[in-house]
Structures are given as structure tokens and as C-alpha cells.
Design a protein. Structure first.
Length: 416
């Protein structure tokens, strides 16, 4: 074979082999393309079908799943868009169901009772869209713990009727460092229109009062919006409450320790004058404006509990049935009935350890005794003013006795 013939044969063979190789390559590419196209078509059909069957209702649960330190009042809520809720179940760890209320239009739900602190709650919600397709959502959260929350114990009680001297007094169970934030979340107002200002005695006590005694017959409203307020670092309020009380008649009783008498007035008019026995010269009664904070038909008074002790450690006195006792100070000053003293001391001699005594009968059952009369005609919040005693004026924070502070001093103790 000549060289030219050999070259033509090689070219033809190469062309033939190349053709086979190209055909084989194209054939393989076409198979893969078909398979991939088939797969994509199949997945698209599945996705489309799933999308077509899915509910359009969108459920939102708050607080977010896994949240800590949630509010016990406001945080828990379920809402839905593009649909209506059909069922919401909220449960405590012991399986107890929390009562709740569905909005009339079915777009929201919230608990109707306050939650417990340091508790993990679960919420399961179901909704339907306009075509009846269901959507489901589940979540859980934990409420604020006792260690991370604070409350304010307050007086007077909701719905009570009190005397004109009754301040609104709050004692917090934990020290407050952000006094401005806490005080800003508390409001006290009166139908009398009197300006009411708060005063911090310390990190845990906040009292509110007007410049002068409350107007008789007025209604006072205390609003606590402390839920979620950070009182100190990492410690939040949990209270959301409204308290109202009524101010009764204006009764102020003035004890003249030197004259040994008490004059009881209502609306500035004297209704009774009562002989008394105040603190003895060695234990005089505090001067100043004092507010009745507690009433006891009978109570025990043990001198050892207020610092009056004998050498053997026992109290200088221990009377187990003091009649008609009404507290005037935290430190132990009372105005009370006295059955153990001679009738002759009242109006004549000061004999007590600092209390104001009125003649009375053992057993507290004789309504004709001065002690019984005064008890029956007094209410929490009435003012008892002591004057002409040889002791100092009582401290404003010793009891509910902030009236012994000037208005300028009082306002200076406000954080807002």
C-alpha cells in the first residue's frame, strides 16, 4: 500500500471512530438530561401540591419559644393572620389548664388569670384558613422567678374606707435601685384633685400623700403598672393592679400630754373630750401627728418586745388582754384602753411607758367606757396628734407618720 492510501484509510477510520465516540457522548448526555428534567418536574409537582394543600393561616405565639423571665400578666398571647383560631390550650407543668379568652373575631387568645412565677407553660394552638385548612403551632416559655422579681405590699386595702391621714404606703420585698423607673410606674390620684407626691424613705419603702390631709368623702385610686419594670439589675416587677379606697369623715384627735386630755374633733368641731394618761416622765409619749394603722379589740402587750426589760430579761410589763388597742407607731406606741390603772389617774397622772391610755374595762365588753367609745368611733387612717409631751417628735417613717415632714422635704424625697 502506498503512503497516500494508508493516510486516507487512517483518516476514514479516525472519522468513523470519532463519529461513534461523538454519538456515544451525545447519547449519554441526552439520557442524563432527560433524567434530570424528569426529577425536577416531579419535585415541582410535589411542591405545588403541598403548597396548594397548606393552610394560609399564620399563628404567632408570644413569648417566643424558650423565653425566660416572661411576665405573669401580659406576655402570653396567641394571634393569627389569614385565618381564625379554633383551639388554644395552655397548660402548667402539672397538666392544669390555664383559663383563657378568645377574641370575638377569633384572631387572638390570651389567659384570663394571672400566671404563677417560676413556671414553665406550654401552648398548643390550632387555626383554620378560609378554606378550612388547619395550621398548628406549639411553644413553651418560663415565667419570671421569685429571685428575679419583686412585689410591693401596699396599704390601705382595696375597697376600704379610711381616715383622712391614711397615706398610700408600699413596702417592696427587694431593694429598689432604679427608684425613678419604679415610681414612674405607680400613680396615686384623688377625686378631690389634690396633688399627690411619692416619697422614698429607703430602698424598700415608698409612701404617697397630698400636702394636707385627704378631703373627706374623696376617692383615691392607686395604680400599679409594675409588670416588667426593672427595679434593680435583673429583677422585674410583676404587679398590674388597681386599688381604690374611700376617705371617710375628717376625725382628728389631739392629746395634750400636759393637760392629760384628748379632744376628738370631726370636721373641726369638738365631739368629745376624754381624760387620758400618757407616758410617765421617764418614758414620755412621742409628740407629733400619728396615724392609726391597726385596731385590736384585745391584744397582748409585752414590754420585752419593745425594749422595756427587767434584769431577769422579762418585760417590765406583760398584759395579755389590753382592750381596744390601736397602733400609732411601728416601735410600739398605742392608744388603748386601761383597766388595771385606778380611775383616778385619768386626767390626773401620766403613768404609761409611752402609750396613751383611756379608762376601760377588762374584757373589752363595756361600751360605756371611754376606751370602748374611742375604739368604736375610730377607723384606720384617723389622726391622733400628741402635743406638750417632753419627748421628741416621732420620726416620719415610724409608722404611717409622714405628716411630720414638711411638704418641701416630702417632695424632695420623690424620684420623679
Amino acid at each position: 500500500m502506498t503512503d497516500s492510501k494508508r493516510r486516507r484509510g487512517l483518516v476514514a477510520a479516525s472519522a468513523l471512530l470519532g463519529g461513534v465516540m461523538v454519538l456515544t457522548g451525545c447519547s449519554g448526555g441526552e439520557d442524563k438530561a432527560d433524567a434530570a428534567g424528569s426529577s425536577k418536574t416531579s419535585q415541582s409537582q410535589v411542591d405545588a401540591a403541598a403548597a396548594k394543600d397548606a393552610s394560609q393561616a399564620r399563628i404567632a405565639i408570644s413569648p417566643k419559644n424558650g423565653a425566660q423571665n416572661a411576665s405573669i400578666n401580659n406576655d402570653a398571647k396567641v394571634t393569627v393572620s389569614e385565618g381564625k383560631l379554633t383551639q388554644v390550650t395552655m397548660t402548667a407543668p402539672d397538666g392544669t389548664t390555664v383559663k383563657g379568652e378568645m377574641a370575638a373575631d377569633g384572631t387572638s387568645w390570651k389567659p384570663t388569670e394571672q400566671l404563677e412565677r417560676a413556671t414553665t407553660y406550654k401552648i398548643a394552638a390550632t387555626a383554620k384558613d378560609s378554606e378550612g385548612r388547619e395550621a398548628h403551632e406549639n411553644s413553651s416559655f418560663t415565667t419570671v422567678s421569685k429571685d428575679n422579681s419583686f412585689i410591693g405590699n401596699f396599704t390601705p386595702e382595696d375597697g376600704s374606707t379610711v381616715g383622712v391621714g391614711m397615706p398610700v404606703s408600699l413596702t417592696f420585698n427587694k431593694p429598689i435601685t432604679d427608684k425613678k423607673a419604679v415610681q414612674s410606674a405607680i400613680s396615686v390620684s384623688s377625686t378631690s384633685g389634690q396633688e399627690v407626691v411619692g416619697h422614698w424613705f429607703n430602698a424598700q419603702r415608698l409612701d404617697f400623700r397630698p400636702e394636707n390631709y385627704w378631703a373627706e368623702g374623696s376617692k383615691v385610686t392607686l395604680k400599679l403598672n409594675l409588670d416588667g419594670v426593672e427595679g434593680s439589675e435583673g429583677v422585674f416587677g410583676v404587679q398590674q393592679k388597681t386599688v381604690t379606697f374611700t376617705v371617710g369623715r375628717n376625725q382628728v384627735s389631739t392629746v395634750d400630754a400636759a393637760a392629760k386630755t384628748m379632744t376628738v374633733t370631726q370636721d373641726g368641731k369638738t365631739i368629745k373630750t376624754i381624760p387620758i394618761s400618757a407616758g410617765a416622765p421617764e418614758n414620755p409619749t412621742y409628740n407629733g401627728q400619728m396615724v392609726i394603722s391597726e385596731k385590736f379589740k384585745e391584744t397582748r402587750m409585752d414590754g420585752s418586745t419593745v425594749g422595756f426589760t427587767k434584769e431577769d430579761g422579762k418585760g417590765e410589763y406583760d398584759i395579755k388582754d389590753v382592750p381596744h388597742a390601736m397602733r400609732l407607731s411601728t416601735s410600739g406606741t398605742f392608744i388603748h384602753g386601761n383597766y388595771w390603772g385606778s380611775d383616778s389617774i385619768f386626767g390626773k397622772v401620766n403613768t404609761s411607758h409611752g402609750c396613751v391610755g383611756l379608762n376601760d374595762a377588762k374584757g373589752a365588753n363595756d361600751p360605756d367606757q371611754p376606751g370602748a367609745w374611742f375604739y368604736d368611733n375610730s377607723i384606720i387612717g384617723d389622726v391622733v396628734v400628741v402635743k406638750n409631751s417632753k419627748d421628741k417628735t416621732i420620726a416620719p417613717d415610724n409608722g404611717l407618720n409622714g405628716w411630720n415632714m414638711s411638704w418641701a422635704e416630702w417632695k424632695a424625697g420623690s424620684a420623679v
